[in-house]
Each structure stands twice: as structure tokens, then as C-alpha cells.
Design a protein around this ligand. Structure first.
Ligand SMILES: [Zn+2]
Length: 471
């Protein structure tokens, strides 16, 4: 140490506390502190490299349009961008088989001719593929994982994954229905494996049953899967009994798959909210998840030709709001279906608004349809075997019975007629004219020998109304 340094040390003043620094100069438009963002999103235009050369409902515009609306509403300034990345092999294998992984990865290396030659095979599975498919599918799945991890690790409260291709039809061994990897299922499994969160609720409001997601967790009680979808006796895609009322999981997972299978198209806000209030939320509260993931398909929306249901953006907002109260507010929304670009965008924006902390818009007075009430009641009956909070009696459809009333004089008149007929063998005198008939029909009786006897005795019996006596 040089002598100069020693001198400087000696000259140092006593240890007074440092005065606080003055706030940096700033303009009014710049906040003093970094905004504490609690909501995040995942998005990449790279997922648009998967598209069909022919017109196809699963179109890249589904996500670009949502993204554009976010920019226009300046929501991106209120949300943190979560970097997207492709799913890793070991992550995909938490849900999918190795064969499945290899199958999806191989698509990238197909020649244009191989793609043409295989199109029939893929069409059978309601899929189209091209070179960009693998990358888009990997990013979509990786995006869902990152959206889930950001919430599960406590870095963010809520996230929205603007991703495609969708995932909920992709089964452990099979890609189908526009889906390559099951984004949400893989996201849930990665969370379970790499964080302390184990109990996860997945609510799927896509108009189709998420067969892939239910299959991935059918025997697993740690993941509760609840789906509301068109079913119509198992004739609506993906068809078969797996999306039915009685398909409630198996083995240790029995009771942890909940299907609310609509018996017809046209279900709207009143029907979905009725199902939420009577079945979805009671079960969700009893399950008490540590994380909620919404498989947000907007093909159940009003104006969506494919789903032909009537859920409005406000309806989706209310469902999101109800689910936001669970799991300490830890919520992930992942895009699934939704093929009318405008409708999907509006619906997604209504959900985003709620995620950003704004209340949902008001709904008009709602009454569930007869058909939805019936399905919710049947679902409640089925689920009450597994969940104590579900009370089918509270869901019983109300019989709208016309009140049947008889006045006492009418009952007495009917009895008198019956008595005279059965005991004294008297008969009713037919009357001429509608007016008379209406007023006195069945009230004028006579004996069979009316025309043979010289004498006719007439009894006139006027009935009083006993209720009028109080006057
Ligand atoms: Zn769908």
C-alpha cells in the first residue's frame, strides 16, 4: 500500500450514513420504477411456418391476428414477453412415446414428394404437414411449457400462450385433429417434474373433447381434467364414448376426468356458466389445484362456423374470472382451437383483459337451456359419486307444470253426474247449440223412460260456491 493511499484513508471523514440519492430526472411519461409485471405471454411468428397450401381452418392468421390486436390495445406493454423455445425430447417423452417423437421430428426431413404422397394418410388423421410443421409444433409445445413454468416458479401470476398448432387432440401415441404434440399435457408434466407444484387442474372449453389430454392423465389423480364439449351421443369429433358422461378416468385416476358433454349444438354463455356454477367450480374447489391451465379453444364461440355454439367474449371472460380465483391466482391460458380469426381474436382479448386484472363485462340475465340443464344434471349425478361438493339435487331440471285448478262447484257437478249415471242409470240430455253445450253440458240429466211417462218431474239444483260464503 503506498503512503498516498494511507493519507487518503486518514483524511476520510467519519462514517456518516450516506444521504439518499435524489430521484433521477424523468419526464412524466416515464414511471419512476420498473412496472412490476405479473402477467406474461409467449408468442413467435415462427409458428406461422406451418400452413396448408390449400385453405385450412388451422391457419397461421389465428395467432398473428391475436398478436396484432395485443399490439393495438398496447397490452404487450403490460405483459412480460417470455422467450419461446422448442420442446426438448425428454420433456415430450413425459407424455408421448418415443415413436411419436420420432414421427413428428421426421416430418421436417420429408421431401416435397413424400409430403404429397403422405397427404392422404395425414388427412385421415385430420392433419396436414409440411417442412415447417416440426419446428412450429416444437415451438408451440415449448411455448406452453415456458408459460406454465413461469407461473409455477412464481415468476409471473398469469400467462397467455399464443401458440399453434393446437395440442389437446394429440394422444400419447398419435397426432390428430390439427394437433402434433399435446402442448398443455407436456407443460403440466414438466411443471410436476421440475417444480414443487404437483396438483394441476386443466379446464378445456374448446368445443371438442380433448381426448389427448384426458388420455394422458386418465389414470392420474394429480391432474384433474375437466372438459365441456359438443358430444351428441359420441357423434361429434373426436367421436366415441371417451368424451361421454361415464368416462371419468380409471384406476387411481377414477373421478379425475370430468366430461360435460353437450347433447346438441348452440350452447351459449348461460349454459357454460350454469355448468361452471354447478359442476366445474365445486369440483375445482374441492380438488384445490396448485396451478390452473385453461385449454382455451375458441371454437365454442358465437360466430364460429365449425363449433356452432354461442359463447361470447364476455362469457369466456367470466369463465376466466371464475378460474382466476383458484390456485392463488396461478393461471395459464393456452390457445387450442378457434378457427374464425375475428371471433377467436375478440375472445382471446376478452380473456387477456381479465388476466390483466380488469373485471369481465356485464352479462345480461341468464337462464340455461333445457338441454344444457339436463346434461349438467346428468354430469352432476355422475360426478357426485366422486366429489362431495356436487349435489345433483340442486341441478335437477325444474318441471314447468301448468297449474291445474278445479273449482269446488265443478268437482261437485262432476260427482253429481257420475252418481246419477252410475247409481240411477240416468243419462245426459244433449243440448242444441255450442253456447248451451259449453255452459251446461253434462248437467241436464234424465231417466231413460222420459218419453214413456205421462208425468215429468223436474229437479233444478243450483250449486252455490262455498268459497263465496265469506262475502
Ligand atoms: Zn376444437
Amino acid at each position: 500500500m503506498s503512503s498516498q493511499n494511507v493519507d487518503m484513508a486518514v483524511d476520510e471523514p467519519a462514517h456518516w450514513p450516506e444521504p439518499p440519492l435524489p430521484p433521477p430526472a424523468r419526464s412524466y411519461s416515464v414511471p419512476l420504477y420498473e412496472p412490476d409485471l405479473t402477467v406474461g405471454y409467449v408468442y413467435s411468428a415462427e409458428m406461422t411456418n406451418h400452413y396448408d397450401s390449400k385453405e385450412h381452418p388451422e391457419d397461421p392468421k389465428r395467432i398473428t391476428s391475436i398478436w396484432r390486436a395485443i399490439i393495438k390495445a398496447e397490452y404487450h406493454q403490460r405483459m412480460k414477453c417470455i422467450p419461446i423455445r422448442p420442446v426438448k425430447r425428454h420433456e415430450a417423452l413425459l407424455v408421448h412415446s418415443e415413436d411419436h417423437w420420432d414421427k413428428v421430428l421426421a416430418i421436417e426431413h420429408m421431401t416435397p414428394q413424400q409430403i404429397v404422397d403422405s397427404s392422404e394418410y395425414y388427412e385421415q388423421l385430420s392433419l396436414y404437414v409440411m417442412q415447417g410443421t416440426t419446428r412450429a409444433a416444437c415451438l408451440s409445445c415449448g411455448g406452453a411449457i415456458e408459460a406454465c413454468l413461469a407461473v409455477a416458479r412464481g415468476e409471473l401470476q398469469k400467462t397467455f400462450a399464443i401458440i399453434r398448432p393446437p395440442g389437446h387432440h394429440a394422444e400419447p401415441d398419435e397426432h390428430m385433429g390439427f394437433c402434433l404434440f399435446n402442448n398443455v399435457a407436456v407443460g403440466a408434466r414438466v411443471v410436476q417434474q421440475s417444480t414443487d407444484i404437483k396438483r394441476i387442474l386443466i379446464v378445456d372449453w374448446d368445443v371438442h373433447h380433448g381426448n389427448g389430454t384426458q388420455k394422458a392423465f386418465n389414470d392420474d389423480p394429480s391432474i384433474l381434467y375437466i372438459s365441456l364439449h359438443r358430444y351428441e351421443g359420441g357423434t361429434f369429433y373426436p367421436c366415441g364414448p371417451f368424451g361421454g358422461l361415464q368416462s371419468c378416468g380409471e384406476g387411481p385416476g377414477l373421478g379425475y376426468s370430468v366430461n360435460i358433454p353437450w347433447s346438441e349444438k348452440g350452447m351459449g354463455d348461460a349454459d357454460y356458466i350454469h355448468a361452471f356454477q354447478k359442476v366445474v367450480m365445486p369440483i375445482a374447489m374441492e380438488f384445490a389445484p396448485e396451478l390452473v391451465i385453461i385449454s382455451a379453444g375458441f371454437d365454442s364461440a358465437l360466430g364460429e362456423e365449425l363449433g356452432e355454439c354461442h359463447v361470447t367474449p364476455t362469457g369466456y371472460a367470466h369463465m376466466t374470472h371464475m378460474l382466476s380465483g383458484l390456485a392463488g391466482g396461478r393461471l395459464v391460458v393456452a390457445l387450442e382451437g378457434g378457427y374464425n380469426v375475428e371471433v377467436t381474436t375478440k375472445s382471446a382479448m376478452a380473456v387477456l383483459k381479465v388476466i390483466l386484472g380488469e373485471p369481465p363485462d356485464e352479462l345480461p340475465p341468464l337462464v340455461a337451456s333445457e338441454s344444457a340443464t339436463e346434461v349438467v344434471w346428468l354430469a352432476a349425478k355422475e360426478q357426485s359419486k366422486h366429489w362431495r361438493s356436487v349435489d345433483p339435487k340442486l341441478c335437477e331440471p325444474r318441471e314447468e307444470v301448468e297449474p291445474i285448478t278445479f273449482s269446488i262447484p265443478e268437482i261437485l257437478k262432476a260427482h253429481r253426474q257420475y252418481y246419477l249415471q252410475s247409481v240411477h242409470n240416468m243419462m245426459t240430455v244433449p243440448l242444441l247449440g255450442d253456447e248451451l253445450n259449453k255452459k251446461l253440458s253434462s248437467q241436464i240429466m234424465c231417466t231413460h223412460d222420459l218419453f214413456e211417462n205421462d208425468t215429468m218431474v223436474v229437479f233444478a239444483h243450483e250449486l252455490w260456491d262455498p268459497l263465496s260464503l265469506s262475502d
